[in-house]
Design a protein around this ligand. Structure first.
Ligand SMILES: C[S@@+](CC[C@H](N)C(=O)[O-])C[C@H]1O[C@@H](n2cnc3c(N)ncnc32)[C@H](O)[C@@H]1O
Length: 206
């Protein structure tokens, strides 16, 4: 899906596509973050997770393909009094992660919630995350697994856009991220009707 697709979906006239409450998995894991963490949120969309983190005192840089989504994110942050903690940047991860450039080892967390990418790009993005994190920094990720295909509960129907837990373990080992917890579960989806198969990951730079 390209920027135009997401800009259309995020039309401000239709409210917040994913609501303004944070992702449940992020909320369950947020206590792992040190105070005043620096977070990079991949595919942040309309800002619900960034604003949640900023209200806890964390600084969040949001990147996304969608200019419309990020404008909503910036406005949501301002309305919640955390505009100074949330920055936005229209970025295509495919372009951002196209080289072998080094990271700056400064981030406490890289967040990816439902930011489904082709598997080759996902691997490059996790490599970028590993470089950008401080030692001890965390990747927090929730994506659909291929087991979700055909359940009729939303999410990508292309297996290459989902995260296969076995392949994920291999990629994490390759890029130097250690698994802290990896759930591969079917549970009631928050934003979708019915039972969804998702991968929930916390990984650490060691
Ligand atoms: C399903 S939405 C999830 C939005 C948000 N993380 C949330 O949970 O509310 C996926 C988001 O990923 C973004 N995205 C998809 N491919 C991308 C890419 N190649 N580079 C940057 N953002 C991308 C889309 O623009 C969209 O906002």
């Amino acid at each position: 899906m390209n920027a135009e697709f997401w800009d259309t979906r995020y039309n401000p006239a239709t409210g917040f596509l994913y609501g303004t409450a944070p992702n449940d998995f992020l909320a369950s894991q947020v206590s792992r973050l040190p105070r005043c963490s620096r977070v990079l949120s991949l595919g942040e969309g309309e800002g619900r997770n960034a604003v949640f983190l900023a209200k806890l005192g964390h600084t969040v840089h949001c990147i996304d393909l969608s200019k419309v989504g990020l404008e909503k994110a910036a406005l949501l942050a301002t309305e919640n009094g955390v505009g100074e903690l949330v920055t936005t940047e229209v970025v295509d991860l495919d372009k951002r992660c196209s080289g072998s450039g080094g990271g700056d080892d400064k981030l406490d967390c890289v967040l990816s919630v439902w930011c489904h990418l082709p598997s080759d790009l996902e691997k490059r993005v996790l490599g970028m995350a590993a470089k950008a994190l401080k030692t001890g920094g965390l990747v927090i990720l929730e994506h659909y697994s291929p087991k979700n295909i055909g359940r009729g509960t939303g999410g990508p129907q292309d297996a290459d856009l989902c995260i296969d837990p076995v392949a994920l373990k291999n990629v994490l080992a390759e890029v130097g991220l250690k698994i802290v917890s990896l759930g591969d579960e079917v549970s009631e989806g928050k934003m979708h009707q019915g039972m969804s198969a998702t991968v929930q990951l916390v990984a650490q730079k060691v």
